[in-house]
Write a protein that binds this ligand. Structure first.
Ligand code: SAM
Length: 213
């Protein structure tokens, strides 16, 4: 992700803090109150500019979505989508996902999405990969029993690494495609990166994995 410095981003997020939640720690165990309903909460870690969750939220009004993105210069585009398209079931948090268990209670989340996560190909950066065991520990803690992790990427190396990581962790693989756009999947919502890479002819890998209960 190419980052452009946006000196106004911080003020913008503060101005729209009913969408980009500035005090997420206060909502630990209380996110349903914020949404004002009992619907399940699904999160995307590394949500970027928010195209995927905006599409998911409009397609599934009975699910609440929260996008987690560490860069404010990127997350502002997701906030702008929520404003422009008036999507009540889509909130954002500008934070590093390493903090996940500090703002979600155990079992508070129904599903985790990872889309086109940074591959971090060097071994010394392995711990930054969002499918590393240390992140799986966080997802397992905040997910409901038997919760699912859905992952898409164009990066074969990261996909292979992630399948091994899931398998070592004891996740079961429910659905897998080595060429998503040629699979029989219905209602696939494309992310920004998915549009870009698939239009360049790259194939997209996708897996649905389930944590052990
Ligand atoms: N999911 C989007 C898509 O598919 O178009 C964006 C993909 S982009 C390659 C990966 C995003 O993950 C970046 O915006 C990056 O800032 C974010 N990210 C990476 N590590 C993160 C972390 N630990 N916490 C929160 N966001 C993270």
């Amino acid at each position: 992700m190419r980052l452009r410095h946006k000196p106004w981003a911080s003020d913008f997020l503060q101005e729209h803090n009913s969408i980009a939640i500035s005090n997420p720690f206060d909502y630990k165990g209380k996110w349903k109150e914020l949404f004002g309903n009992d619907h399940p909460i699904h999160i995307e870690v590394g949500t970027g500019k928010g195209q995927f969750l905006a599409g998911m939220a409009k397609a599934n009004p009975e699910v609440n979505y929260i996008g987690i993105e560490m860069y404010e210069s990127v997350i502002v585009s997701a906030v702008q989508k929520v404003i422009d398209e008036d999507i009540p079931n889509f909130k954002l948090i500008n934070i590093d996902a390493r903090e996940l268990t500090n703002f979600f209670a155990d079992g508070e989340i129904g599903r985790v999405y990872l889309n086109f996560s940074d591959p971090w190909p060097k071994t010394r950066h392995e711990k930054r990969r969002l499918t590393h065991k240390s992140f799986l520990d966080l997802y397992k803690q905040v997910l409901v029993d038997g919760g699912e992790l859905h992952f898409k990427t164009d990066n074969q190396g990261l996909f292979e690494y992630s399948l091994k990581s899931f398998s070592w962790y004891g996740l079961s693989l429910n659905w897998l495609s080595l060429d998503l756009h040629k699979s029989d999947i219905e209602g696939n919502i494309m992310t920004e990166y998915e549009e870009k890479f698939s239009s360049q002819g790259y194939r997209i890998y996708r897996v649905e994995a389930k944590f052990p209960s």
